[in-house]
Ligand binder design. Structure first.
Ligand SMILES: Nc1ncnc2c1ncn2[C@@H]1O[C@H](COP(=O)(O)OP(=O)(O)OP(=O)(O)O)[C@@H](O)[C@H]1O
Length: 247
């Protein structure tokens, strides 16, 4: 995936400012940044969900905004704060995503069961998504993003609200996907997780990329968290909130 001069402005405000990024095929790429850094805006533009003010996103040679239908066959996307058709059951939702991508019913049925099992949702598969917990919703959305066997998975905060056992299972699935040549792009606030699961990372702040490359290149001798805090800054020197905890 290649991002070229990707920019999004809202009135005077530049949410993302001319980002260039090369995400190698087969890599697991972390995108990290503080709240409001521009991660979701970048990933939304890169996956055809939000029209850029300027610039281009190309995935496996396909320009996402010039050839959106082709690009969406290649992409699997877990958007931030995803709105699901929550009157459907988990099983129906994954099935629907598969059929929308043009898969035949038999293939969809088989993959849906595989995904429900992998996400530990087999028991909940018959329940409406509206009754799911936040973590279960995340997992069913992730399954829906994978059912058409995309080449590139773009996942906005995939582990948020997900329990540690499910998170390990998902990490294994993503590692297997990458081993077979798939590309994974994840945004996260959890540096430790990015350091463990990603081979590449980009650090964003105020709509710009501050550093990008392999995790080892970016962090050098330090941990990724230390590098991040040093690059981004913003630690608040204070004695805390004086009135909190006093009566
Ligand atoms: N629709 C919008 N209108 C105006 N400003 C917006 C809009 N969407 C995002 N922004 C602004 O763009 C900036 C980047 O937001 P974005 O959601 O991409 O950040 P983020 O890195 O994903 O943050 P978080 O980690 O909190 O999810 C923020 O300053 C945000 O306020």
């Amino acid at each position: 995936m290649a991002l070229r001069g990707l920019t999004k402005t809202y009135g005077e405000k530049a949410a993302v400012q001319s980002i260039d990024l090369d995400i190698p095929a087969g890599s697991t790429y972390g995108l990290v940044g503080r709240n409001g850094a521009g991660k979701t805006t970048t990933l939304s533009m890169a996956t055809g969900l939000l029209r850029p003010t300027a610039g281009a996103a190309v995935v496996r040679g396909i320009d996402v905004w010039a050839r959106p239908r082709e690009a969406k066959q290649v992409l699997g996307v877990l958007p931030d704060g995803v709105h699901l058709f929550d009157r459907l059951t988990g099983r129906q939702l994954i099935t629907y995503a598969g059929l929308l991508h043009g898969l035949d019913r038999e293939t969809v049925a088989e993959r849906t069961e595989d995904l429900l099992r992998a996400m530990d949702l087999l028991d909940a598969g018959g329940k409406p998504v509206t009754d799911y917990s936040a973590g279960m919703r995340k997992k069913v959305a992730l399954a829906s993003a994978m059912v058409h066997s995309p080449k590139v998975l773009v996942l906005d905060e995939p582990f948020e609200s997900v329990d540690p056992v499910s998170a390990s299972n998902i990490r294994d699935i993503l590692a297997g996907f990458a081993r077979h040549g798939g590309t994974v792009v994840v945004s996260s606030h959890v540096m430790d997780l990015v350091q463990r699961m990603c081979d590449h990372v980009a650090i964003m702040d105020s709509g710009r990329i501050l550093a990008a490359g392999t995790v080892d290149e970016v962090r050098g001798e330090r941990s990724l968290e230390e590098t991040f805090v040093e690059l981004v800054g913003g630690r608040v020197e204070s004695e805390g909130i004086t009135w909190l905890g006093t009566s």
